[in-house]
Each structure stands twice: as structure tokens, then as C-alpha cells.
Write a protein that binds this ligand. Structure first.
Ligand SMILES: [Cu+2]
Length: 802
């Protein structure tokens, strides 16, 4: 069915195939074939005649409710054995290629039907498949994460950092926070293996992407701007999906499919080292695997040689996966454990002193004759502890201030892809995400009434429940025109129980909060309308509108204390300010107009250039009002309360690549680049929005020759002068960074090396927030400064795969 949808979406399905009947006598396994069945066998190749391994081959009976699927083996071969005689449709999905369909293959008794297929490079990258949905949008970027990238990226957020429209905000070492077209953190939906997991922390220290190690990530998808409603819900800026590898079952001629990878790496700046191990074994219907990783790092040093304290971290991840397939069914269950004993936060008053999470993710996919049902149930239990870490100066803060949160995420999703006619496909779905949060700060002996004698209850059984229902119609009117219309309703319920402070000095706020009606129901409506025009195989134009809604999170509504110390613990902005919630907050609604124009050679192999301008008007953007300011020593901070204000963001992304040479003697030499520019402002005060990435450009030259690859990258960032006055955001100067990398493959072994910030440039991160540690270490006697980035770092890794 999905093949039909894809067929409908693609301008032309380029497919070369030959079928023929080879008499059983010529087949090597003649005696194994019973008379009422036959077999289908073939080899998959690309246009250069190279074999295509790991492609998904789906076989469907044209007459009966029967389907089977498998993957091509390392030689690109596949065999369907003991296939009942009759007529079948064969569909081939391979990343980077067109979907190929052989509409009618006939299987005769005791004979082998050959189905050798030559795949063509996908002329349109507009089709991406993520979390059970096939999405057509030209602005989407999707890529497979290779071994070098898995080893080179410090955290999984960095895997999406080079995609057009994305900028990363530093937030600890284990997960930077992606911004999509200026809308970041919880304004961008982050989906890890189909799961939506919440930050169980008032500082978002355990952001969703910290729950998948780069070594486990196999594919990343970025949908900035116009997100199809199937991937929506709390997705103001768009959606980022990070997925681990699909289960691979034994292919033709393979009794067991086995894969084992082991990687170790070392990064000089901050003594960062770690390793990952994964192993997988499967027969034709059952598979089991394990992935584990461990990483540790000390504080890094910036380009001036200054040690940036509280940038240390350590983490361990384990995941066990079981998968089974047969007759159109695929079931996967994954159980994971994540353990972070410590992680410093240089831009916050607190550090992470413990984070433990367990999760279970059950996925079931059923392929029917004409439709696909995709369902998932997930659960995660997170215990998170904060305190003042070992790097932080204790003056004039208390020595000890424990804060503990406990969060539970539970959710399900069910999606059905239903082709109505050859032209139209309907997609229906329903999903639930339920988040329950407790946030309590135990009393510290001898500190009453400031921090005792009672436990400070920040969030008491806070709940945010989102139930979403959606319908989407995608239509391929003719080879040139495609449309997509979607409607989605999310009802979000939030509530929390009564609270208390450490002592009576907090009673006024607590009593007022407890007297309020804290239960809210927000009926959120999302809509997407997208149209695409492909006048020829060398250009694509797309234009769309999306309305997307996000109801406030639990801290935005329920962080209740106006006490300076208590409100200093709230906020995920890294700005040193003090935040207070507001029960009456309304959901924010983004109206986005965006277009994409892409020009490329026919095969999208030699060159491509893509331009995406956008404008978003955000009604009731959750910004802040100033309650007061306070000068501590040399620096001034604000106490801010979350408040709705209209805002708008506009900008554009430009990306492109060109192959400069491609030959057997010189290999493939390629230049690629991504540029982004945006402007964000609050409409009533005409002031800039917080943390808007300045004009930035990344250019890379890469060369691949046989088992060797190397590249040079340049990143140039303009100075940031548009700053948010309410948060005392500071401007940062422009900078240019260079990096080099190389990798070499020999048999099972792969070695890679890199130098980041090659010239050891001293620079300030435009989205890095402030260096709160240095300010505290000076006894408040310094002007608080923006966070500086990493100085030069040399990197080496070695991995074995067999
Ligand atoms: Cu925290």
C-alpha cells in the first residue's frame, strides 16, 4: 500500500527490470522446490551496476491477502522461497533511490522467476519515511548516520546540526538543544524512536535527545517549518526524529544475519573518551540485539586557554531489542536503561548529580493488501537529581541544595495509511502522550527558614496529557502537481496539586497558588496545506501554510514561587535570570508560510541548490514580563514571569552541493554548503526575541576515494547584535572556525581522525547563554559574560565491524 502512495507521489517511477522464467533444471536448488510453489530471486543494482545491500523487498499477492518482506543481502541478492503459484507485486525500497515496483510477477510451479532490478537515484528527495509515516515535503532533510558520524558527534543533537534551518543551543555535553527556524526546545518536537519524552527538569538538563547515544542513531530526519500533521502536536518549529536502525533479518542464502560493531574514541580537549558496542543476530523471522555505550569527559578549554568549568559529564546507555516478522507483521520491542551520574551546567546555578531512566518501546506494524497500520506504545520513568556540582564556587550560594524530580511519560500512537484511489491517500491517526511530574526540594538541616524545615514542593503531581487525532489527504493530481491537506486536533489537559515552600516565608505565594483553579483544558487545532509543483525532473517548487499550536508546559504554568532563590532555579534559557510561571497562560499558535525552490541535475547526483524562505507569526508566543530586576555584585538580572505576547520570525535557508569530480581514479570530490539567516521580534515592544541565531554559513569540501575519505569544513557566524533586553542577553562577536577530518577503511577496521577548531579560535557561542560559573567564582564581582566555545580538539577513533 505504501508503495502505492509513494508511486502516487513520485513524478516518475524509474524502473528497469527484467523478468523471465528460468527452468527449474537451471536453478541450483531444484530439488528444494515443491511442485505447487515456485520462487522469486533477483539481484538489486544501481545504475553503475554496483549491488545494493539492505534494501527492503516487499512481495504481495495480487489475488490473496498475502505479503512477505525481506532485505537484500550484502551481494544485493534476495530470494523468496516456496511462493505459491500466482501473480505478485514486488516493491523495492532503498534509501537514496526511487521506489521500484514490478506490478505483476508470475510465479509458476517448480520454477524460478528472475526479478533483477536496476534502481535509479531518486530524482526527488521529497519523500521521507519516519515513524511509520511517509512524508512528502521538499524542505525535509533526512540522512543515514554513518559510522564516522556516530563516533565523531559528541551527542545526538549534533547529528542534526548541519541540516538547513537548524541551529544548536549548547546545553550540557549530553544534549544540545535544536532550534528550528528560531523555535527551539519544546517548540520543536523531538521524537526518539517514535517516543515523545519530556524534559523532567526545570532547566531541561535531561533533554529528549540525551536519551539516544550517537552510536545508536541510524537515521535523522528534520522537518523545519511546514510539518505534516501526522508528525505534529507540540511542533511549532517543526519535528526532528532520531531513529535507531530497523531490525535486519536474514536475507537470501543467509541462515543467520549477524552484525557486531565496536567503537572506541578519544577527543583531546576535555579528555573526552568513550566506547560503544552493538551486536545483532537474526534468522528470517526473529532477531535479538544489544547496544551499549559509555562516555566521559572533563571540562573543556576555550580558545584562550581558559578552562570552562562545569562542562564535565558521564553517561551510560544500554538497550536490548527483540524483533519478529512474518506475513506482513513486524513487531519490535526495545528496553533501555540510561544512567548519567553527573553532568555540569556552566550556564545554570545547578548541576545534574544523577539521572536514571528506564524505557520500554513496543512497535507493531501490519501491512495489509492495500493499507499499513503502524502502532506504538511507550513508557519512560525518569529520576533526576540536581545540586551544586563539584566545580561550582559555593560563594555566596549554599553548599547544598538538593532538588529531585520524578517524571513518567506514557504514550501510544496508531496510524493507518489508506489509499483511496490511485490519486489519493488518506492517513488517519490517534495518539496520546501523558506526562506526570513531581519536583521536590528536600529541606537542608540548619538552613531554616530559607531552606527548611519543610520540603519545598515545586510541582506536585503535575500532569500534562495530550490526546491528538488527525487526518491527512495527499493527492497526486498529475505528474506535476501534488497536494497535502491535514487537520489535527490535540486536546491538552494540565493540572497540578497543592504546593508548599520550605517554610512560612513562602506561604503567601503558596496559599495564593493553592487557591487558584489550576486545571486547564486547551483544545488545540493544527492544519497543514501544502502544494508541490515539479515542472520537470530538474526543479521542484513547494509552497505551504501551517497552523501549529503548543499548550504551555508544566513549569511555564505552575512554577509558583516569586522568591528570588526559588525562581532562580526555574528556566531552561541559560541566562542566569529568575523565572515565575503563570497559571493563566494560553497556548501559543504559529501561523507559518513557507516555500521551497530546488534546482538540480536529473539524478540529483551532480549538483543541487535549495532555497527555503519562511515567515511565522506566533500568536500568544510564550515570552516574559519583567517583575523586577536585581543587581548582584557587578551584574544585573531580571525576575521574569511567563506571559503571552505576539511575535514573528522570518528568514531563509540556502543549501546546495556540487560534485567537482567523480571518477574512478580521483574518487568523488564534493562541495556542500548551508546558510541560514533569520530575524525574530516581539511585536508589541518591537524588541528581538531571545537567542536568535545570527547569519551563519557552513561550507565543506569532501573527498572520497575507495576506502579513504577526508574533508575540510568552515563555519562562519556573524556577530549577534539583536538581543533580548528583558533577559539582558549579550551580543556576541562574529567568528570563523575550521575543521579537518579523515577516515580510512580496511577490511573490518575503520579508523578516523579529526581536528575541530583547527586554529584554536577564541569565540563566544551566540546561543550558549552565560558563563554563570565564572561570575560566581569571582564572588559576583565580575560582569557576567557569554559562554565561550571549545578550543582546538584533536580526535581519533577506531571501530571494528564484522
Ligand atoms: Cu535538572
Amino acid at each position: 500500500m505504501k508503495s502505492k502512495l509513494l508511486l502516487a507521489l513520485l513524478p516518475a517511477v524509474c524502473l528497469c527490470w527484467q523478468t523471465g522464467i528460468i527452468h527449474a533444471q537451471q536453478s541450483p536448488n531444484t530439488d528444494a522446490i515443491p511442485v505447487v510453489t515456485g520462487r522469486i530471486a533477483g539481484v538489486l543494482r544501481d545504475q553503475s551496476a554496483a549491488v545494493v545491500p539492505g534494501a527492503k523487498i516487499e512481495l504481495k499477492s495480487l489475488a490473496r491477502s498475502f505479503s512477505r518482506s525481506l532485505e537484500t543481502d550484502r551481494q544485493g541478492r534476495f530470494v523468496f522461497d516456496k511462493v505459491s503459484i500466482g501473480h505478485y507485486q514486488l516493491t523495492i525500497h532503498a534509501t537514496g533511490f526511487d521506489i521500484a515496483v514490478i506490478p505483476d510477477l508470475s510465479v509458476t510451479a517448480g520454477a524460478e522467476t528472475a526479478a533483477n532490478v536496476t534502481l535509479k537515484i531518486a530524482p526527488v528527495q521529497a519523500i521521507v519515511e519516519v515513524d511509520g509515516s511517509t512524508i512528502a515535503t521538499a524542505s525535509a532533510t533526512q540522512h543515514k548516520v554513518d559510522a564516522d558520524e556516530q563516533a565523531q558527534r559528541r551527542n545526538s543533537a549534533e547529528l542534526v546540526g548541519d541540516a538547513p534551518g537548524v541551529s544548536l543551543r549548547e546545553n550540557g555535553q549530553l544534549a544540545s538543544i535544536p532550534y528550528l527556524h528560531g523555535l527551539g526546545d519544546e517548540r520543536a518536537k523531538l521524537v526518539v524512536d517514535g517516543m515523545t519524552v519530556s524534559s523532567t527538569c526545570p532547566n531541561h538538563m535531561n533533554a529528549p535527545l540525551s536519551y539516544i547515544a550517537p552510536s545508536q542513531a541510524a537515521q535523522v530526519t528534520v522537518l523545519a517549518g511546514i510539518t505534516p500533521v501526522t508528525l505534529g502536536g507540540d511542533s511549532l518549529g517543526g519535528t526532528i526524529a532520531v531513529d535507531s536502525a530497523d531490525p535486519a533479518f536474514a536475507g537470501a542464502g543467509e541462515r543467520l544475519h549477524k552484525e557486531t560493531t565496536s567503537t572506541g574514541y578519544y577527543r583531546s580537549n576535555g579528555e573526552n573518551y568513550g566506547g560503544a558496542f552493538s551486536t545483532w543476530v537474526a534468522n528470517h523471522s526473529l532477531g535479538i540485539g544489544y547496544t551499549g555505550s559509555w562516555a566521559t569527559n572533563d571540562d573543556y578549554t576555550d580558545g584562550s586557554g581558559h578552562k570552562v568549568t562545569s562542562t564535565y559529564a558521564q553517561s551510560t546507555d544500554h538497550a536490548v531489542t527483540l524483533a519478529a516478522q512474518g506475513r506482513g507483521n513486524l513487531v519490535t520491542i526495545q528496553a533501555s536503561l540510561h544512567h548519567t551520574p553527573y553532568e555540569g551546567f556552566v550556564d545554570a546555578q545547578m548541576d545534574l548529580v544523577g539521572n536514571d531512566a528506564e524505557s520500554i518501546n513496543l512497535h507493531y506494524r501490519r501491512t495489509f493488501d492495500h493499507s499499513v497500520l503502524d502502532t506504538r506504545i511507550f513508557w519512560q520513568n525518569t529520576r533526576h537529581a540536581m545540586n551544586i556540582g563539584h566545580d561550582k564556587s559555593t560563594f555566596p550560594m549554599p553548599m547544598n541544595m538538593p532538588m529531585n524530580t520524578h517524571g513518567r511519560d506514557l504514550g501510544y500512537s496508531a496510524k493507518l495509511d489508506l489509499p483511496l484511489t490511485d490519486r489519493h491517500t488518506l492517513r488517519l491517526g490517534n495518539e496520546l502522550h501523558r506526562f506526570v511530574l513531581n519536583d521536590t526540594w528536600p529541606a537542608v538541616a540548619g538552613t531554616a527558614p530559607m531552606m527548611g524545615p519543610n520540603t519545598f514542593i515545586n510541582i506536585n503531581d503535575g500532569r500534562r496529557i495530550r490526546l491528538g487525532t488527525f487526518a491527512e489527504l495527499s493527492s497526486k493530481w498529475n505528474p506535476q502537481w501534488t497536494t497535502l491537506f491535514g487537520l489535527r486536533n490535540d486536546t491538552v489537559w494540565t493540572n497540578t496539586g497543592p504546593v508548599q515552600g520550605y517554610s512560612d516565608m513562602y506561604a503567601m505565594d503558596a496559599d495564593a497558588f493553592n487557591a487558584l483553579n489550576r486545571a486547564h483544558t486547551d483544545p488545540d487545532l493544527d492544519a497543514t496545506a501544502l502544494t508541490r509543483y515539479e515542472p520537470n525532473t530538474a526543479s521542484t517548487f513547494e509552497f505551504g501554510y501551517a497552523r501549529k499550536t503548543r499548550a504551555p508546559n508544566l513549569y511555564e504554568r505552575y512554577a509558583w514561587s516569586t522568591n528570588m532563590m526559588a525562581s532562580g532555579m526555574i528556566g531552561w534559557f541559560g541566562d542566569g535570570n529568575y523565572y515565575v510561571g503563570s497559571v493563566g497562560l494560553k497556548p501559543e499558535i504559529a501561523h507559518t508560510f513557507s516555500g521551497t525552490a530546488a534546482w538540480h541535475d536529473r539524478a540529483r547526483k551532480a549538483w543541487e541548490i535549495k532555497l527555503t524562505p519562511y515567515e511565522t507569526h506566533i500568536q500568544d508566543y510564550i515570552d516574559v514580563d519583567t517583575l523586577g530586576t536585581a543587581k548582584y555584585g557587578m551584574s544585573t538580572f531580571s525576575q521574569l514571569q511567563f506571559a503571552n505576547h505576539n511575535a514573528r520570525i522570518y528568514g531563509g535557508d540556502l543549501s546546495g552541493n556540487v560534485a567537482i569530480w567523480n571518477s574512478s581514479s580521483y574518487g568523488l570530490g564534493k562541495i556542500s554548503g548551508v546558510a541560514g539567516w533569520l530575524h525574530g521580534e516581539r511585536l508589541d515592544s518591537k524588541t528581538p526575541l531571545y537567542q536568535m541565531m545570527p547569519l551563519n554559513l557552513r561550507v565543506a569540501f569532501d573527498e572520497e576515494l575507495k576506502g579513504w575519505s577526508a574533508g575540510l569544513g568552515v563555519q562562519a557566524v556573524d556577530h549577534k547584535s539583536n538581543v533580548d533586553p528583558r533577559r539582558f542577553e549579550q551580543s556576541t562577536p562574529g567568528y570563523t572556525l575550521f575543521n579537518l577530518h579523515t577516515a580510512f577503511q580496511r577490511g573490518h577496521l575503520r579508523a578516523s581522525a579529526a581536528a575541530d577548531n583547527l586554529l584554536n579560535k577564541d569565540y563566544e557561542l551566540p546561543l550558549g547563554g552565560v558563563n554563570f560559573d565564572d561570575y560566581m567564582a569571582s564572588g559576583w564581582m565580575s560582569q557576567i559574560k557569554p559562554l565561550t566555545g571549545r578550543g582546538r580538539s584533536i580526535y581519533a577513533s577506531l571501530s571494528v565491524r564484522f
